[in-house]
Design a protein around this ligand. Sequence first.
Ligand code: DGP
Length: 116
Amino acid sequence: MIAEDCLFCRILSGDIPAEIIHESDTAIAFRDINPQAPTHVLIIPRRHIATINDLEPGDEPVIGSLYLAAKQIAAEEGLAEDGYRVVMNCNEGAGQSVFHLHLHLLGGRRLDWPPG
Ligand code: DGP
């Protein structure tokens, strides 16, 4: 399912350009337009799912594919050994601004904990 008013669905359809670095049957990944680290990649499902709250039983393979993509991209970007972070914000209070599920993959610098 594609949502016409969804920015990431429009990237998926090619309406809006993005630097896509990974594609599979279930997910794509592209570089964040406003990077917060030397590597900042967004990994999204092809199917429009707005937030974690909208996940349903049966979505496990989709979510798994996002993490497997993160592992592969982290290795390709040379982050696997030093470390990297994957994070998914849920709703505005946690900083979600685009309502199409996405994992942030961040690396290439020291990442402090806890996040702000
Ligand atoms: P979040 O705040 O967790 O919903 O993350 C949304 C991210 O999407 C944010 O880090 C900036 C990124 N972003 C917003 N618009 C665009 C865009 O048009 N292209 C790309 N590549 N990234 C975008």
